[in-house]
Ligand binder design. Structure first.
Ligand code: MV4
Length: 505
């Protein structure tokens, strides 16, 4: 396999700049593609050369494979890095790259096909002996069929779109009377999101944790995991804060989930960087949710605790290189990432496009700001409103939290509204500080985080949180009784507790 000389990054914003940075460090030339709305965008300026691929709407620019491949041909790029989103998980695009003789920096189209259709992914995982959430592996043909199945597994259930993940077309159903309307809504949402209205069903797991495992495979049959990321701090199925190690994982769980994730990747002939997502329930059982066949937004936290540049590994593997590590490595220290959005929490998180009049990003020890913007730049309202992501590293979770709080205090953006105050609220919230937050956390803390909570409500919320903590401690005590004290409490958890006591002192 010849060495890659020039990479076209088929993306925009912070991830395009991030990928170009590693290319530059490796002496690889960079090509940007931009829409008419992104003529002044940072990634277009950052690259060695830049090509306009169409009007502002993504469907006329960043999603048009022919235009991207035309730019690759014109620039002489020998590889395309898709970033995340856009065409990063589009098997047809991978095949088009292959046909054009351009290396796609990512998995083979066949692996995307195996994991893209969620019921097929579940069937593949069950065959491979990977635990999946109890449910169907085929879409239903009618609401009656769904009702019959729900009666069998018991309510509440979750209707999900077979055509794609991320929560689009997902509906919780608590009783049979609600199923018909949920069925209709799920199908229409699925159709508009994925062009496929197939719907399947899973047993509903109550406020699970979302823990994902980073996996990496080369073209020589090697595949390892690079630990987990805790991604339960989500608002409307959009991750807001991610961290590694997960405060709820013991070393034994990490090894077990890592092994299952590698098995999942090997089962579909995976190559490159991938993420296997799991739901973890209150009894710490973990179930395969879906596999993301791309590099994730939150990959920097993994880079911090492993010392690995994942984009450098992607390029190395895309040139036929052997994985630089053949065994998993334990995480060193703790890393947290927050996503900075040009949106206004006070107006129900409406996007807040506009010109950034002044920008001062944080810096200093163990701090990284992956940004797609600059002072004077006008944030368009056409694309995802995430303008940057901050990640930090610390020897312990408590120090990483403090460092992130210091960084957010330094982050000054004038001219547009951001969610920075909301992020500060999350980091300071007792549930986050304790580290036992689950996917229901941002919903529960919503009023407090928006500063709308009435003092009496805050008091009630604090009592409720204390009650939940007590219930969880009781559940854990029961767990200890069966599995022994060591398994259930990791060093991170103790550190987390120390942090909480530090906070109160
Ligand atoms: C679930 C679930 C509970 N039970 N599936 C799937 C896509 C993901 N972004 C949201 N998903 C969920 N699937 C079953 N059977 C709860 C969620 C869920 C969730 C999961 C992880 C992280 C955040 C979440 C927020 C809401 C719902």
């Amino acid at each position: 396999m010849a060495r890659i000389q020039k990479v076209l990054v088929a993306n925009r914003g912070e991830i395009a700049v991030r990928v170009m940075r590693t290319c530059k460090e490796l002496g690889i030339k960079t090509v940007a593609v931009y829409s008419e709305a992104d003529r002044t965008a940072l990634h277009a300026r950052f690259a060695d050369e830049a090509y306009c691929i169409g009007p502002a709407p993504s469907r006329q620019s960043y999603l048009v494979a022919e235009n991207i491949l035309a730019a690759a041909k014109q620039s002489g790029a020998d590889a395309i890095h898709p970033g995340y989103g856009f065409l990063s998980e589009n098997a047809s695009f991978v095949r088009a790259c292959e046909k054009a003789g351009v290396t796609f920096v990512g998995p083979p189209a066949s692996a995307m096909d195996s994991m893209g259709e969620k019921t097929r992914a579940r069937a593949n995982m069950m065959k491979a002996g990977v635990p999946v959430v109890p449910g169907t592996t085929e879409p239903f043909t009618s609401a009656d069929e769904a009702k019959a199945y729900a009666k069998k597994i018991g309510y509440p259930v979750m209707l999900k779109a077979a055509g794609g993940g991320g929560g689009k077309g997902m509906r919780r159903v608590d009783r049979e009377d609600d199923l018909d309307s949920a069925w209709r809504t799920a199908r229409s949402e699925a159709m508009s999101a994925f062009g496929n209205d197939s719907v399947y069903m899973e047993k509903f797991l109550d406020q699970p944790h979302h823990v994902e495992i980073q996996v990496f495979a080369d073209t020589h049959g090697n595949c390892i995991h690079l630990n987990e990321r805790e991604c339960s701090a989500q608002r409307r199925n959009q991750k807001v804060v991610e961290e590694t190690p997960s405060p709820i994982l013991t070393p034994q769980m990490r090894a077990a989930m890592g092994e299952v994730a590698v098995k999942a990747a090997k089962a579909v002939g995976y190559v490159g960087a991938g993420t296997v997502e799991f739901l973890v329930d209150a009894s710490r059982n973990f179930y395969f949710l879906e596999m993301n066949t791309r590099l994730q937004v939150e990959h920097p936290v993994t880079e911090w605790v492993t010392g690995i540049d994942l984009v450098a590994w992607q390029l190395h593997v895309a040139q036929g290189g052997v994985l630089p590590l053949l065994e998993p490595i334990p995480p060193r220290g703790h890393s947290i990432e927050v996503r900075v959005y040009a949106e206004d929490p006070a107006t129900n998180f409406m996007p807040s496009p506009g010109t950034i009049e002044a920008l001062r990003t944080p810096s200093g020890p163990f701090m990284r700001d992956d940004s797609g913007v600059y002072a004077g730049y006008t944030v368009p309202n056409t694309y995802d409103p995430m303008i940057s992501k901050l990640s930090v590293w610390g020897p312990t979770r408590a120090e990483a939290i403090r460092r992130m709080q210091r960084a957010l205090d330094e982050y000054i953006v004038k001219g547009i509204t951001t969610n920075i105050a909301y992020l500060k609220g999350i980091l300071a919230h007792p549930e986050f500080q304790r580290g036992d937050y689950d996917t229901g956390f941002l919903g529960r803390a919503h009023a407090t985080l928006l500063g709308e909570a009435k003092p009496e409500l805050t008091r009630v919320a604090m009592i409720a949180a204390a009650l939940r903590a007590h219930q969880r401690a009781e559940a854990k005590a029961k767990l200890h009784a069966t599995t022994g004290p060591v398994a259930a409490t990791s060093g991170w958890r103790t550190a987390g507790r120390r942090a909480a006591s530090w906070k109160r002192s």
